[in-house]
Ligand binder design. Structure first.
Ligand code: NAP
Length: 247
């Protein structure tokens, strides 16, 4: 396949077939980005691409399971062959591992599975896409984290009630993701790649049985802002709508 010449910026959103990821794709599309809908299930992926196209978004499907080396490698090859670069990567795909998740009774396999998706999946996708991001003029990486991963908030006054239920796989996976993000920031210092974490807030999606109080569109806003930062914008930060979240 020959590379398609395009002046549109190219974005890839992982886990974009539903929930917050879908709305991040929609929001970037509304700003003129050509958006890759990264999703592991073909039927769900194509349905999301069709809905986005219907809404006027220049969306294309990217087969992508973030836990699978071959799938991620093929996704990078696909974008390389089509576009030759990637302007924005939003690592949004995530799982909770289910509840309850009490430290005293958790199955270690649950922790392993959550970390595999929420942390190692991000590393796997980011590393596959980095050569393409380096070929873009103003690359941005956004990792969709959660304030439940903030150690400062968990250990502060009322932390046990303000940072969500006890969840020994999910919450530490986001702490781990935050730490990993800062490692990328350190390695990429001196480049123009801006790398940040976004927290969407408590959003009504499949992830929490639609108990969240915010809409997926509201939850997408911070990630979209970080994905579209101007040159010289912040890097190495953790943001929600209200501003900076302490690590
Ligand atoms: P969601 O509706 O359950 O969507 C999760 C997405 O991730 C789905 O598209 C899912 O695809 C995808 N995914 C899961 N495992 C994957 C894998 N191995 N490969 C590729 N895609 C995979 O949940 P959401 O609430 O929108 O969550 C999006 C992100 O926001 C997550 O990182 C989550 O931790 C974070 N977050 C959510 C909230 C909230 O209140 N909802 C709060 C803080 C942070 P399938 O359809 O194939 O399963």
């Amino acid at each position: 396949m020959t590379t398609t010449s395009t002046t549109s910026k190219i974005a890839l959103v992982t886990g974009a077939n539903k929930g917050i990821g879908y709305e991040i794709a929609a929001g970037l599309g509304a700003q003129g980005y050509r958006v890759g809908v990264g999703a592991r299930d073909e039927t769900r992926r194509e349905a999301a691409v069709a809905a986005l196209n219907e809404a006027g978004v220049d969306a294309f499907g990217v087969a992508l399971d973030v836990t699978d080396d071959t799938s991620v490698g093929e996704a990078a090859d696909f974008i390389a062959a089509r576009y030759g670069r990637l302007d924005v990567l939003v690592n949004n795909a995530g799982i909770t591992g289910g509840h309850p998740q009490q430290p005293s009774s958790v199955d270690p396999a649950v922790i392993r599975a959550v970390v595999e998706t929420n942390v190692i999946g991000v590393v796997r996708v980011t590393n596959a896409m980095l050569p393409l991001l380096r070929d873009a003029p103003s690359p941005r990486i956004v990792n969709v984290s959660s304030s439940v991963g903030s150690l400062t908030r968990q250990s502060g006054p009322g932390g046990e009630t303000t940072t969500g239920p006890v969840a020994v796989a999910y919450a530490p996976s986001k702490t781990f993701l935050n730490a990993v993000t800062l490692q990328y920031v350190q390695e990429l210092v001196g480049t123009n790649i801006l790398v940040n974490c976004a927290c969407p807030g408590f959003v009504a999606t499949d992830l929490n049985g639609f108990r969240g109080v915010r809409t997926p569109q509201e939850g997408a806003a911070t990630a979209i802002r970080l994905a579209t930062l101007p040159d010289g914008g912040p890097t190495g930060g953790f943001f929600e709508d209200a501003g900076v979240i302490p690590w």
